[in-house]
Design a protein around this ligand. Structure first.
Ligand code: SAM
Ligand code: SF4
Length: 433
């Protein structure tokens, strides 16, 4: 039996899709890259923004039509955040769906698929919880690892705590075992995933004591054969000096911090319930750069949050000019069910949101290109991840993409390359001795 999995949303969702693929392969399923060849299609959904949700809904509609008109025996399932949020309503809206599986039940998908042949499946609850299995990094140089799930922060605009539940941290031993297992399979770089990795608190199975993120990084730094460790996402309110020193001091931990600021206006930050001010954020960036001069800092920004005035927006723009982020992911606000911000009037017009978005995108593009240009001529360490269109695709420790030209087989190699060209923010380099 062949299954095709379409993934929307963040790295956490990508990881969940990897878990499901791994579990299905273990049961003899084949994972295919073309949906036309599949007997089962699973859509792993995101509901963080209305746009992501609409894309998944229209895709489900297209496959529903295909099932009805061309392939009635196709099993069509929806999993992930939107499945958790909508539950039964999805089955009612799309009668052609065979299964709906929420974020707590993805581990049961192999079993649920067997049942789905005879009846419709609704597997959405919030009590059952397992952590992913190790051993899913087959054929990869760089792999994600979930170190915690859920979130306790309840930022006023965000649906994540409602669809992924409260924070649960994995025991450090389980993470270490998973990393060692991945390294045996050829993985050289791991990215630790969590909505707020700075609040990681894993209880040791052996000693019963609690590990925070720097403690975990210290242990992972000792894993032989592992070259690099990255982590995301860091919440500005929870970053500690201990963590900054860990990034500075542990050789394998990369100089890369994703630190979503969301807004540069204190009034909006407070309405967003982010728990820090513009000044606190800026002093944090200063401290990080003092301790780790080579660091790359990236961010997320929301424009058009309720009550955001032109003045608030200008403060965000000024903050971006001051910090000069390496990359920024910029989003237009959309109200999400259950969230407290959804009770506020969504009073920034569509056109205004679009304008603000474009203004920030243009600014960030300019900054990113200037930053890329400043790297031309430098020698940087890269890890080769794969071959794409005749060139080796690699990443720096600071998470920049570098295309490397070489006739040798460089797969999985850690190399020093000289950056010789910047093409619209994508760097090109050649290996040096
Ligand atoms: N946990 C991360 C953090 O605190 O920064 C972010 C998780 S969320 C999946 C990714 C990004 O989506 C957020 O940083 C925010 O910029 C954006 N986002 C979340 N809810 C949104 C909404 N209702 N409208 C627009 N963007 C939103
Ligand atoms: Fe959402 Fe805030 Fe939690 Fe991030 S920290 S997942 S933005 S509630």
């Amino acid at each position: 039996m062949r299954v095709y999995i379409k993934t929307y949303g963040c790295q956490m969702n990508q990881y969940d899709s990897d878990v499901v693929s791994f579990l299905l392969k273990k049961e003899g399923w084949e994972i295919v890259g073309e949906w036309e060849k599949a007997e089962v299609i699973l859509v792993n959904t995101c509901c963080v923004r209305e746009h992501a949700e609409n894309r998944a809904l229209s895709r489900i509609g297209v496959w529903g039509k295909y099932k009805r008109s061309k392939n009635p025996s196709l099993l069509l399932g929806v999993m992930g955040c939107m499945a958790q949020k909508e539950g039964k309503a999805l089955l009612e809206r799309f009668p052609f769906l065979d299964l709906v599986v929420g974020t707590y039940r993805i581990w049961d998908i192999p079993e649920l698929l067997k049942e789905a042949k005879n009846k419709k499946i609704l597997a959405v609850d919030s009590t059952y919880q397992k952590f992913p299995l190790p051993d899913i990094g087959e054929g990869k140089v760089s792999a994600f690892i979930s170190i915690m799930r859920g979130c306790n922060n309840f930022c006023s605009y965000c649906i994540v705590p409602y669809v992924r539940g409260r924070e649960r941290s994995r025991p450090p031993e389980d993470i270490l075992d998973e990393v060692k297992c991945l390294v045996k399979r050829g993985v050289k770089e791991v990215t630790l995933l969590g909505q707020n990795v700075n609040s990681y608190r894993g209880i040791s199975k052996k000693k019963g004591n609690t590990y925070d993120l720097p403690d975990l990084l210290k242990e992972l730094n000792k894993v032989e054969g592992l070259y690099r460790i990255k982590f995301t996402t860091s919440h500005p309110k929870d970053i500690t000096e201990k963590l900054i020193y860990a990034v500075r001091d542990y050789q394998k931990v990369c100089e890369y911090i994703h630190l979503p600021v969301q807004s540069g206006s204190n009034r909006i930050l407070s309405l967003m319930r982010r728990g820090y001010t513009r000044e606190k954020y800026l002093s944090l960036v200063k401290k990080i750069r003092e301790e780790i001069p080579e660091v790359s800092i990236t961010t997320d920004i929301i424009v058009g949050f309720p009550k955001e005035t032109q003045e608030d927006f200008s403060m965000t723009k000024e903050l971006m000019e001051e910090v000069r982020f390496d990359t920024a992911y910029i989003f237009k606000y959309s109200p999400r069910p259950y969230t407290s911000a959804a009770k506020l009037p969504d009073d920034v017009s569509k056109e205004e949101k679009e304008e603000r978005l474009n203004e920030l995108l243009t600014l960030q593009k300019k900054i990113s290109e200037e930053k890329a240009e400043s790297l031309v001529g430098k020698v940087m360490e890269v890890l080769i991840e794969r071959k794409e269109k005749g060139k080796w695709l690699s990443k720096t420790r600071t998470h920049r993409t570098v295309l490397v030209e070489s006739g040798d087989n460089l797969m999985g190699r850690l190399l020093q390359v000289k950056i010789c060209r910047n093409h619209k923010g994508i760097l090109e380099g050649i290996p040096v001795e």
